[in-house]
Design a protein around this ligand. Structure first.
Ligand SMILES: C[S@@+](CC[C@H](N)C(=O)[O-])C[C@H]1O[C@@H](n2cnc3c(N)ncnc32)[C@H](O)[C@@H]1O
Length: 273
């Protein structure tokens, strides 16, 4: 089957794309995190100074008060629940870790490793988690019976594509990934699979009109924008399959319960009917 040439999406956003971008809150989790930690520190310092100045002698206790104030501030900023736990634990963990004799280079190394795996999650709002084997089998069952072109937007370590490529040697599979380590992993582990192509890059710049099936396992944040892109670019009768995250306010053409422990659902849309 001939391979489609990768084509970049138009750089000119349509009016509806711009409208969606405005409608989706642009709040940055990094900005909110800094705000919660900063305000939390200020409130904690004032509280300790006014109520219990002797506490300054106990760094772990000061950190715990700061953590509680930061978590409270994050709650007021309507941060998701897991952020409250992160804010609460952050300062106490820093104090506890600084009492261990760990060379600073290890912290830098851990930061760089996390960055290479998760990349700009603060911007994309899409962390790395992987499609499991049961869900991959359910995706394979949704592919058209004829040979077709399939893309995984943000292919992670390429695990899904490897499984699909094994199940359907008659189809061509494409993966695009912007996090360096998962991309490298996907690239190296698919070298011996002639029907898998892995590219490094931003899937927002990829034209979706080349594919019969577009697969996405992202997060709730990009779904409205993805829907606009899919509706503008995908060809008639092609499928958009979203693992776990439905497009808000759009009824799927079908849903499939995967039957795994996570109770995963696949949402199937035909954006260009
Ligand atoms: C939840 S993981 C899913 C991985 C894989 N699709 C799977 O199902 O196993 C989402 C992936 O999308 C990647 N990603 C997020 N935004 C991206 C973008 N704009 N361009 C390319 N990759 C992106 C992330 O780095 C992450 O690896």
């Amino acid at each position: 089957m001939p391979r489609p040439t990768w084509r970049a999406a138009s750089k000119n956003s349509t009016a509806s794309e711009n409208a969606v971008r405005k409608a989706v809150p642009a709040a940055s989790p990094v900005r909110d995190a800094i705000l919660a930690q900063g305000l939390g520190s200020l409130v904690a310092a004032t509280l300790i100074y006014l109520v219990w100045p002797q506490l300054w002698q106990l760094p772990l206790a000061v950190a715990a008060v700061q953590g509680a104030c930061a978590a409270l501030t994050a709650y007021k900023l309507e941060a998701p629940p897991w952020w409250l736990a992160i804010h609460f634990a952050f300062a106490p963990l820093v104090v506890a870790a600084s009492s261990l004799a760990v060379a600073p280079g290890w912290y830098l190394a851990a930061f760089v490793a996390l960055l290479l795996v998760f990349w700009r999650t603060d911007k994309s709002r899409v962390p790395l988690f992987l499609t499991n084997a049961t869900a991959a089998a359910a995706v394979a069952a949704l592919l058209p019976a004829r040979p077709c072109h399939v893309v995984d937007l943000g292919c992670g370590n390429g695990g899904l594509l490897r499984r699909l490529a094994r199940a359907r040697p008659d189809c061509e599979f494409f993966g695009l990934e912007h996090a360096p380590l998962p991309w490298l992993w996907a690239r190296l582990t698919t070298l011996n699979r002639p029907n898998v192509t892995i590219r490094y890059g931003d899937f927002w710049a990829l034209h979706l009109g080349l594919f019969d099936v577009v697969y996405a396992f992202l997060s709730p944040a990009p779904m409205p924008r993805l829907w606009q892109k899919a509706a503008a670019e995908m060809k008639p009768d092609s499928l958009l399959v979203s693992n776990s995250f439905a497009v808000p306010d759009v009824a799927p053409d079908a849903t499939a319960a995967v039957g795994d422990r996570r109770a995963t659902r696949l949402y199937v849309y035909r954006p260009a009917k």
